[in-house]
Design a binder for this molecule. Structure first.
Ligand code: PEP
Ligand code: MG
Length: 361
């Protein structure tokens, strides 16, 4: 039971309820099928999670793993900093519930909209652009170090995937990764088990990282686009502000151009790229992202069925051609052309599949 839950905790429970609605039954037959488009491209669909209550959805949704585990939720539901042993036990339960599927643990993203009940809120004029996420972790490394130790312990000699949030510069990623590697060395020196496979990735949530040196893209084991933040900083439109948050569309040619550039930079370095912002869970947006070359989409579990149904119904080369032609012609938005094409090429999909996001999305 959560009394007066913080908004992200309430959202996690809304997602859980969405998984249990009758509408999900429609997608049950797709659960064990791959998200392979008509052109033969297969997209990996993963789920976003953050609470133990999310985990039953992992099997039920057919997700291939957890593409984003928001670790701050475990801090938000407590009234004191959790102890390392408690965290290690929680992470071990998450790994166990995934039954061999990958789990991408994102280290703490506190600050901005996520204020811990036991931390003195910083009086910042612009918290979303303020002292948050990896910035806190690098400036005051105590809690991040403890969290990394808990993750290493939870992996118990198995694989471990860690992702650092809000990386704006290559040097931040290098410093965070060095901290993780030094904790692994210290754990090994004590004679304790260390991960047998390690993947260390960065969340790309600021436009600056798109233009990082090649060395960053080569050093990262993977890059995950946090579109919620990336879009707010690209358009300078606060994601929490109802007046502006829907003013700029994901299917704007300029934004899709930025995504295309990220895909190119990752491809040049041979680094896998995924997308874990809310747009990954919207069928039309998911098609556009896959057509641009994003190979993994991570979303709330209730979105996996609708996104998989849409991807399986289309040829991504056609979507790519529409995007390229629209960008070349200088259209205002790719949404009308993509939505018309989707309705015509996949008439059996539910009518809402091609719709624009609702005001509450
Ligand atoms: C994002 O910014 O897209 C993201 C997934 O992180 P969060 O929504 O937790 O900021
Ligand atoms: Mg973010």
């Amino acid at each position: 039971m959560h009394l007066r839950p913080e908004e992200s905790v309430a959202a996690a429970f809304r997602d859980k309820i969405a998984m249990q609605t009758a509408a999900q039954a429609r997608y049950a037959s797709l659960r064990d099928l791959p998200a392979t488009a008509r052109c033969g491209t297969t997209v990996a669909l993963m789920m976003n999670a953050g609470l133990m209550a999310d985990l039953p959805s992992l099997i039920g949704s057919g997700a291939e793993g957890v593409g984003l585990f928001r670790t701050e939720l475990q801090f938000l539901i407590r009234n004191a900093v959790p102890k390392r042993g408690e965290l290690a036990a929680t992470y071990a339960r998450v790994i166990e519930a995934a039954q061999g599927r990958p789990v991408v643990f994102r280290t703490l993203d506190i600050g901005s909209d996520k204020v811990l009940p036991f931390m003195k809120p910083e009086d910042e004029p612009n918290p979303a652009m303020g002292w948050r996420a990896i910035r806190v972790g690098l400036d005051r490394p105590g809690v991040l170090r403890m969290q990394l130790q808990a993750l290493i312990r939870a992996a118990g000699g198995g694989p471990l995937t860690v992702m650092f949030p809000f990386i704006a510069r290559a040097a931040e990623f290098e410093a965070a990764r060095a901290m993780l590697l030094s904790e692994i060395d210290r754990t090994g020196a004590r004679g304790e088990a260390v991960p047998d496979r390690l993947a260390v990735g960065a969340m790309l949530e600021t436009p600056s990282l798109v233009y990082a040196p090649d060395g960053f893209f080569e050093a990262a084991d993977f890059v995950s686009i946090g579109g919620n933040d990336l879009k707010q900083f690209f358009f300078a439109a606060d994601r929490e502000n109802e007046r502006v948050r829907r003013r700029y569309d994901t299917l704007d040619p300029a934004y899709l151009g930025l995504i295309g550039r990220i895909v190119e930079r990752c491809a040049a370095a041979g680094t896998p790229v995924s997308f874990c912002g809310e747009d990954a869970g919207r069928p039309l947006e998911a098609i556009a992202l896959a057509a641009l070359g994003i190979g993994t989409l991570s979303m709330r579990p209730a979105s996996i069925g609708p996104v998989k149904a849409a991807l399986r119904a289309v040829d991504l080369r056609e979507a790519g051609a529409i995007i390229a032609a629209g960008c070349a012609a200088g259209v205002d938005s790719l949404r009308p052309a993509l939505a018309d094409w989707l309705r015509a090429s996949a008439p059996d999909l539910p009518g809402e599949t091609a719709r624009a996001p609702a005001a509450t999305d």
